[in-house]
Design a protein around this ligand. Structure first.
Ligand SMILES: *Cc1c(COP(=O)(O)O)cnc(C)c1O
Length: 453
């Protein structure tokens, strides 16, 4: 504990000779230009660590994006089959190349991309897909839309990812696929998941909706399983408002994905199968091709900033940055997340810590309020004729009993600390120092936390 008490001073010394000098002279240290910190928390009337500064905004926008959209609007070719500038087809080609994938099929949303894969793999009523409850509803919706059963397993407390040990226990004769989520943009335990899938002959649909350009054992996320899906919704790190994409290397599967998202109509113009109409439009494509110009640079910057934050936050035992698995070459950092450990903050609840931190000028979010195993869609589907017909009463009873996900509940209710990363992690070092200094200030002055009402 003693060296940890000293940790912020070490940090200050490492980043700023000026503040180290002041600290050595016995005066108040200077943190990111703000004096007077070993002292009053801002929420109790002290000076905030961060003041009058903006985070880089997201979605990213520049004149090239405006020009790309304008050109497409003026062309009047707004739909991908009209043979204009072919922005959607260009995006598919370029995005596949950036990920080292053989094919890409764009869709109108990440949810649509996932559902297209579910349909194209022939997964439907009576089938089960194993996934995590700690995700966007789009993951679950993509399975429900095909009237298959989303089986949710608990997550790992340190990585927030699907726990493969529990996945193994939930596999049965109806299981057709695993849909792992690279939550926050960081790779989940793909070694274990791919090994399980191989052993039980299951498909793997990667939900890489948060994980653009992240990499695991030399492969881009989304290209490890049978297919991978991305979201290009506004908040995501490659965005166009609403959009999605599927990537994969299997010629036949990816051809079927095209057919499914094109209301069952193949590239050959034949009406072959069941599918909704999920096509991306040319205006979305126009934004995306212009977004890709900076995507790699931005991804690199977020990774550098995340590494910096993680290295500095090691000095604070009360916040534990998301665990990355062996084999992680890079993350994607859609979100930068940590686990809150209240025993290091005078036992105050996360909500008090968040309030104090926001007053210091750094707002973190608790992120997902409830795991999706706690929401009312479950009662809804268990009452539906399709589910009551396609799954035995014994299976549906067991399904309900196995919805228990205590780790997920704890992460949602007590531990998650999330920093939006799409924009903020494009900031400069002084922005990152603000995050660290605000957290460290609260840690060092934790005895004051009990005074907060
Ligand atoms: C955003 C997201 C989705 C859904 O993508 P949309 O484009 O919003 O449909 C699915 N899964 C995860 C993990 C997401 O973050």
């Amino acid at each position: 504990m003693k060296d940890r008490e000293l940790s912020r001073r070490h940090f200050i010394g490492a980043v700023s000779a000026v503040s180290a000098g002041i600290a050595a002279s016995g005066l108040s240290p200077v943190l990111g230009g703000v004096t007077d910190t070993k002292d009053k928390l801002a929420i109790l009337g002290g000076n905030p660590v961060r003041k009058d500064k903006q985070w880089p905004r997201w979605p990213y926008m520049d004149e090239k994006i405006v020009a790309s959209v304008e050109k497409t609007v003026r062309s009047r070719a707004w739909c991908r089959i009209e043979g204009g500038a072919n922005t959607v087809a260009s995006f598919e080609k370029e995005w596949a190349a950036m990920l080292n994938a053989k094919h890409c099929v764009a869709t109108g949303a990440g949810t649509q991309a996932l559902n297209t894969c579910v349909e194209a793999l022939g997964i439907g009523p009576g089938d089960e897909v194993i996934t995590s409850p700690y995700t966007d509803m789009g993951t679950i919706a993509s399975i429900l839309v095909s009237r298959a059963l989303p089986v949710m397993v608990d997550i790992d407390r340190e990585s927030f990812q699907l726990d493969p040990k529990i996945v193994a226990k939930r596999i049965n004769s109806n299981t057709k696929a695993i849909m792992p989520i690279h939550i926050m943009g960081q790779p989940c335990d793909m070694d274990s998941i791919m090994a399980l899938a191989k052993k039980h002959n299951l498909y793997v649909i990667e939900d890489a909706c948060q994980a653009h350009l992240g990499e695991f054992r030399g492969k881009k996320l989304g290209t490890i399983g049978h297919a991978g899906c991305f979201s290009h919704q506004s908040s995501k790190t490659v965005s166009c408002g609403e959009g999605g994409s599927i990537v994969g290397n299997d010629d036949d599967l990816m051809d079927r994905c095209y057919t499914v998202q094109n209301h069952g109509t193949s590239r050959r113009g034949k009406h072959e199968t069941i599918g909704s109409k999920y096509r991306m439009n040319e205006l979305e494509g126009a934004i995306l091709i212009a977004q890709l110009v900076n995507a790699k640079e931005q991804w690199k910057r977020r990774n550098e900033n995340a590494a910096y934050l993680t290295s500095k936050l090691k000095n604070c035992p009360g916040v534990v940055p998301q665990k990355l698995y062996d084999g992680t070459d890079s993350g994607s950092f859609y979100l930068y997340t940590m686990g809150y450990r209240k025993e290091h903050f005078n036992n105050v609840d996360r909500s008090v810590f968040l309030k104090a931190l926001a007053a210091e000028g750094v707002a973190l979010s608790p992120y997902i309020k409830n795991g999706l195993h706690k929401e009312s869609w479950i009662d809804h589907i268990l009452g539906l004729k399709e589910y009551r017909t396609m799954y035995s009463p014994a299976r549906l009873k067991q399904y309900r009993e196995e919805l228990d996900c205590p780790v997920c509940d704890r992460i949602c209710g007590e531990e998650m600390l999330m920093l939006w990363a799409s924009g903020p992690l494009l900031g400069n070092q002084s922005d990152m120092d603000d995050v660290v200094n605000a957290i460290m200030k609260i840690y060092e002055n934790r005895e004051q936390l009990t005074k907060i009402k």
